[in-house]
Design a protein around this ligand. Sequence first.
Ligand code: GDP
Ligand code: MN
Length: 418
Amino acid sequence: MAKFLEYQGKEFFKQSKIPIPEGIVVSTPEDAEAAAQQLARPVVIKAQVHAGGRGKAGGVKFADTPEQAHTLAGEILGMDIKGLEVKQLLVEEQLDIVQEFYAGVIINSAQEVRGPVLMFSPEGGMDIESVSQDKIATMNVDVIKGLMPYDTLNMVASMGVTGKALRQIADIVFKLFKVFQKMDCRSLEINPLVLTSDNKVLAADCRMAVDDQALFRHPELGIKIGREFLKEPTEFDLIGWSFEASDFRGTSYVAEMAAPEEVVKGGYVGYHGIGGGAAMIGMDALNRGGLKIADYADTSGNPTASKVYRTTKLIMSQPGIEAYFLAGFMMANQEQWHHAHGVVKALREELPKKPGFPVVLLLCGNKEKQSQEILKEGLADLDARIEIYDRDRVYDATFIAGRVKALVDEYHEKQSLS
Ligand code: GDP
Ligand code: MN
């Protein structure tokens, strides 16, 4: 899912007229001080990371003066929150909070629902997970009929909200759903939605995640890779993603793991797993055997031969790799001949450029016999050092990784002799 930081999500709120506190995004203590000066009132300083629970982790702090903002910003920047380094802060006007509410929409993909669920609770804040069921109103929104303003008015009223706050909150919950729809979200939450001592209602936080499958409708978001990808994509990564973006049959997940400058120093394998768990088994075994992976790749979910072919071509394009390893450590129920065809086609094109190049292939599962024949016949005439394994070795990661290592060592030796 494409996740957004609080300040990014709040921009969408602003565009849709959901009130938000005034704030400025900064990345240094100096700028935090300047922001506090500009806001000219007490501020709250909030870590901008893709994680909830920042409050409890110490990533939300209150400053009464610009100098204090400087100090606290220095404390939060660089902090580790759930494994994420804080690099940006949101400096916002401090609110005098009377009550905290929760409002959110998620897609419930359960068979009985399969649609958006709107939620509201008068007991928002940092302990929302422990709020009892009867304090949370939920509504499955019929996407054909749509949501009506009276729906949210009834919903908020049903939780005992009265007076001036009722209409303001109902209006915000209604708009929240509109943003959710417009942006093709999987989830969109305000926690807390706050009522202030001067009777204003504002979104004090925002968590937003957009459906990856809908990103093509939102070029304005500028998201290069429509999936969980926790680093800045390289050219290699973007090429890998293009296989997915243009073909949703099966999955191909490819990521560069080592910088090309490192790979050429030696000890790196072009890595191609089948299935996430299997890929991990193979990687661990390789690492134990003293080799590293230049890339991580996983083609699974019954991918087409063309997808496997493109992935293999990309893996083989990495300068300096010393082997190609297809780590099919699984008895897949997908038809493995697609893998066999894709790998053979790519290797037939690439191996002639690399005489004696080490190749280790483990492939088993459904249509194994045919797949093995395709591999063996398809690669028989090539000048490469190819070893092909089947189900007899599927539990033998150490052995297989050992074979990769042996072939890499042999390859080294031959190259130093020539
Ligand atoms: P989270 O813990 O990652 O969800 O971060 P939040 O943005 O929700 O902040 C955590 C808590 O800080 C909120 O639940 C509020 O209680 C509190 N908080 C956030 N902004 C303000 C503010 O402007 N004034 C006050 N008094 N409290 C705030
Ligand atoms: Mn929150």
